[in-house]
Design a protein around this ligand. Structure first.
Ligand code: SF4
Length: 530
């Protein structure tokens, strides 16, 4: 029994991270903390010297017509930095934006002519950030026109632009719609004026509602995100936000749990008493359940555990397709994608991105092989199903009989009040829904143990702390950095890349980091404050 043996060999602490704990109150205590969200599975890393060749090889192959195809385009600018944000990259500045858009259009135009992309039908486009709506109308028009002219978008193609309420002015809205945007996703986070300003948002509640109304006077799908667990946010404030949104004229909504990045600005602001504390994990669980029950009672349709729709206009194609394993062609500073056997992430630093592009090469920061096809398919299926609230054990058995062993984990979670089984389908209970990211990550790791001969023991993650091969190799390479600094450094590596690094052997990691240019090493140390 491979999984059984694996579980036996884990330390008690690691086993608890993986399986959770036995408690009479699973909603609040099933796990000690939420597991880190990993963006997906990535196979072994591709050495830096081989990355360009591997990428060009993938571009030279015809597209896999059995898959759907999406474009992801990243705009790494924001007008202001939100207190809780772990994704902020650069402040908006017109001259910098102009130069960036020029490089971005070049990257798109060159690759769109490749065998991989030239004739491939694109089912959805997602322009994310950062704050894509912060682009000037002229730059937004140039980008959208380039997308339309360079790719074969399907007739029903969903074209999403992410952004902020503050940018909703007629000149910009009309430009976006004229050049094909049909879905706008807005990070409102809260309608409460005091809370909004506390976290770095600009507009008042009245202004937010007025601008939303303006946007809905156009023919476009509107999605609004809210966050629960913000500093000083009470249950009353949260439920007022949810009710306001349920009554607002929007097509869909996302309700996200606040993530506090250790050592980040919000963490520091709370510790220094600059802002009131945030809800703890138990408080967040109560907020999740209260909003969930309210929206269901109001007849709002749930598309996934955190995504809801009020009208049928909302399709949420990009999120659904990306989670279900569609090929994603990605462009721009900090964008990441996967197709043709390769997963990669572009440079996150704007200067590095532009310099690489000027040298005529794909601005790759990290690249890895996509996981072996069967393992990837099974894991994509688990991620996609759990997002909708269930695990189909029958499908796992059909995919590979070795997955029979997964049942012991599912049964354990059923005993612990996180799942309920019915004819081979395990549905999440309300408690299970709140912990679904932990369950997803753990289940994917169990599947890896059973199907991936090279799987390594998962990193130990307790309250955001990680000890693993990556940490040990960082300690060798950066002896000046103590454990806390190394942890801070690791937390700054994008989740997908971190996952890839953790799946490497120490030997591979040493080779990769040994080739790190001195300037990059200095930058890493400076970032960690060493
Ligand atoms: S707008 Fe979005 S990406 Fe920019 S700082 Fe705020 S949360 Fe972060």
């Amino acid at each position: 029994m491979k999984l059984d043996q694996y579980l036996q060999e884990l330390t008690a602490a690691k086993r608890e991270v993986l399986l959770g704990r036995d408690t009479a109150d699973p909603l609040h205590e099933a796990f000690a903390s939420k597991r880190v969200v990993h963006a997906g599975l990535i196979g072994g890393p591709i050495p830096q010297a081989e990355q360009q060749r591997a990428y060009q090889k993938a571009l030279g192959r015809p597209a896999d017509l059995n898959r759907q195809h999406a474009l992801y385009i990243h705009i790494p600018f924001c007008q202001t930095k939100c207190l809780y944000c772990g994704f902020y990259q650069n402040a908006s500045r017109q001259d910098v934006e102009d130069a960036y858009v020029k490089a971005l259009l070049g990257e798109i135009q060159v690759e769109a002519k490749s065998s991989q992309m030239e004739k491939t039908a694109i089912d959805c486009v997602f322009i994310g950030g950062g704050t894509p709506t912060s682009l000037s109308a002229a730059n937004a028009a140039a980008l959208l026109k380039t997308i339309q002219q360079s790719f074969k978008l399907t007739q029903n193609c969903e074209v999403t632009l992410e952004g902020r309420i503050h940018d909703l002015v007629p000149e910009k809205i009309e430009t976006w719609l004229q050049y094909g945007v049909n879905r706008i996703s807005l990070g409102v986070q809260s309608f409460d004026t005091t809370l909004r300003q506390r976290i770095g948002r600009i507009d008042t509640r009245e202004e937010v509602l007025k601008r939303l109304q303006l946007l809905k006077s156009y023919d476009v799908t509107v999605i609004v995100d809210l966050i629960y667990g913000l500093p000083g946010q009470t249950m009353d404030m949260w439920m007022r936000d949810v009710q306001t949104l349920a009554e607002a004229d929007v097509d869909g909504m996302d309700l996200y749990q606040l993530n506090i990045f250790p050592g980040g600005p919000l963490d520091k602001a709370v510790k220094n008493g600059v802002v009131p504390p945030c809800a703890d994990i138990g408080g967040q669980a109560d907020m999740y359940v209260a909003a969930r029950d309210y929206l269901l009672s109001e007849g709002v349709e749930r598309l996934s555990l955190c995504h809801w729709r009020r009208t049928k206009r909302e399709r949420s194609l990009y999120n659904t397709m990306a989670k279900a394993g569609a090929d994603v062609y990605a462009f721009g500073c900090g964008a990441g994608g996967h197709f043709g056997g390769i997963s990669w992430m572009n440079q996150r630093n704007l200067t590095d991105y532009q310099q690489d592009w000027e040298k005529g090469q794909k601005p790759i920061m990290m690249a890895g092989h996509q996981v072996e096809a069967e393992l990837g398919r099974v894991c994509d299926g688990i991620i996609s199903d759990l997002e909708k609230g269930f695990v189909d054990f029958r499908r796992l058995l059909i995919a590979d009989s070795r997955l029979e062993e997964v049942e012991q984990v599912l049964s354990l979670w059923q005993e612990r009040g996180l799942l309920v089984e019915d004819l081979g389908i395990y549905r999440l209970t309300r408690s299970g829904e709140f912990w679904y990211i932990s369950l997803t990550q753990s289940l994917v790791e169990c599947v890896q143990v059973l199907l991936d001969e090279e799987a390594e023991a998962p990193a130990e993650e307790i309250n955001g702390r990680t000890t693993d091969a990556l940490d040990e190799v960082l300690a060798e390479m950066l002896p000046e950095a103590n454990a806390a600094k190394r942890q801070e450094l690791a937390s700054k590596i994008p989740a997908a890349v971190r996952m890839m690094l953790r799946r490497s052997s120490k030997e591979k990691l040493r080779n990769m980091l040994a080739g790190m240019p001195a300037a990059m090493r200095e930058k890493m140390l400076a970032k960690a404050g060493v």
